[in-house]
Design a protein around this ligand. Structure first.
Ligand code: ATP
Length: 325
């Protein structure tokens, strides 16, 4: 193996640059040249490749986003487009590809492997929603940003004795809502995976106030409904409360990655190079119990579903269950 390439695809996530850095340094350590593909699969098809040196990557470790840029490129689902990508890879004498992205991006890596070109995935998405792995690059950073925002909002909420509903990212997965919500000591966490009764949410908030809280916090995952609609429905069952809604939106995707994101991204980046060198492909690297793990793309994506930490969700329900006399 003489030359490999790395790309980022789908939504950007803080920590992707740390993974790119590890791929480059591990590659160079083994005498392998590493090319970066700009703009995901689109750049792959268009041959938008750049050589990557230690000087290019070393100071990017601390930066959010992705230094290689990213793109959505639905055309890559078509075999004819995948074959064009393989042509480009062969033209540039590349022997293997590392794809950092979400499960959609892994579909691309799998397609290339099936067509005879070795590719390996690294999970990079703030949503933490990739089956198999317990951890995805960017989740810890996004959760931390969401938590800081909720903490800030709680200052003004307390000053006015208000109830705030904060909408965090998570179209299909409630991980950010659960982790940021429990860390912020929220009164309620509303996620797509669990049903809820809005009158019960209001009852918990009232019980918290009766017990002495000077503000209330409800954390809502975007996959449930928009915050405006939630506040409208909530105000109907709790007209006595002063309620405001906030959407954190893309602010959660930005900022410097946390140490945890950088460390796991580095572990997975280096491991993916080792696996390619050992002739493996059609797989992705992940984390289970804080340790590196390797997953078969087809088997895992077909047979496994991502699960949120139900124990944390249940714990929050338990902690916020109070009886008003
Ligand atoms: P995120 O969840 O953070 O948005 P993702 O990787 O799941 O990340 P997608 O938009 O689903 O995001 O996929 C990213 C890109 O991967 C697509 O734009 C497309 O280029 C490619 N892709 C997605 N699904 C497939 C597939 N089944 N086969 C080949 N390529 C795919």
């Amino acid at each position: 193996m003489k030359r490999i390439a790395v790309l980022t695809s789908g939504g950007d996530a803080p920590g992707m640059n740390a993974a790119i850095r590890a791929v480059v340094e591990q590659g160079l350590h083994h005498g392998i040249e590493v090319l970066g593909v700009r703009f995901g699969y689109k750049g792959l098809v268009e041959g938008d490749f750049i050589p990557l040196s230690i000087a290019d990557v070393h100071h990017k470790v601390k930066r959010g986003g992705t230094m290689l840029y990213t793109a959505r490129y639905p055309e890559f689902r078509e075999e004819a487009t995948q074959l064009l990508a393989i042509e480009q890879l062969k033209k540039h004498e590349i022997d293997g590809l590392i794809v950092i992205g979400g499960d959609g991006s892994f579909g691309g890596a799998l397609a290339l492997t099936k067509l005879g070109f070795p590719a390996i995935g690294i999970p990079g998405t703030i949503d933490n929603d990739i089956p198999g792995t317990e951890y995805t690059i960017g989740f810890d950073s996004a959760m931390t940003v969401a938590l800081e925002a909720i903490d800030n909002i709680s200052d003004t909420a307390a000053s006015h004795n208000r109830t705030f509903v904060v909408e965090v990212m998570g179209r299909h997965a409630g991980d950010i809502a659960i982790w940021a919500g429990i860390a912020a000591g929220s009164d309620a966490i509303i996620i797509p995976e669990e049903s809820y009764d809005i009158a019960d949410v209001a009852r918990r908030v009232d019980a918290g106030r009766a017990a002495g809280k000077d503000y209330s916090m409800i954390v809502l995952a975007e996959g449930v409904m928009g915050v405006e609609e939630f506040v409208k429905q909530y105000s109907e069952v709790a007209p006595h409360q002063s309620v405001r809604g906030v959407t954190l939106s893309h602010i959660q995707r930005g900022g410097n990655p946390t140490g945890r994101d950088r460390v796991f991204a580095t572990l997975m980046g280096a491991k993916s190079v080792d696996l390619l060198i050992h002739g493996q492909s059609g797989i992705y690297v992940g984390i289970i119990n804080e340790e590196l793990a390797v997953f078969d793309i087809v088997e895992t994506l077909e047979k496994t579903k991502h699960k949120v930490r139900e124990d944390l969700y249940e714990l929050n329900l338990e902690l916020t269950e109070r009886i008003i006399d």
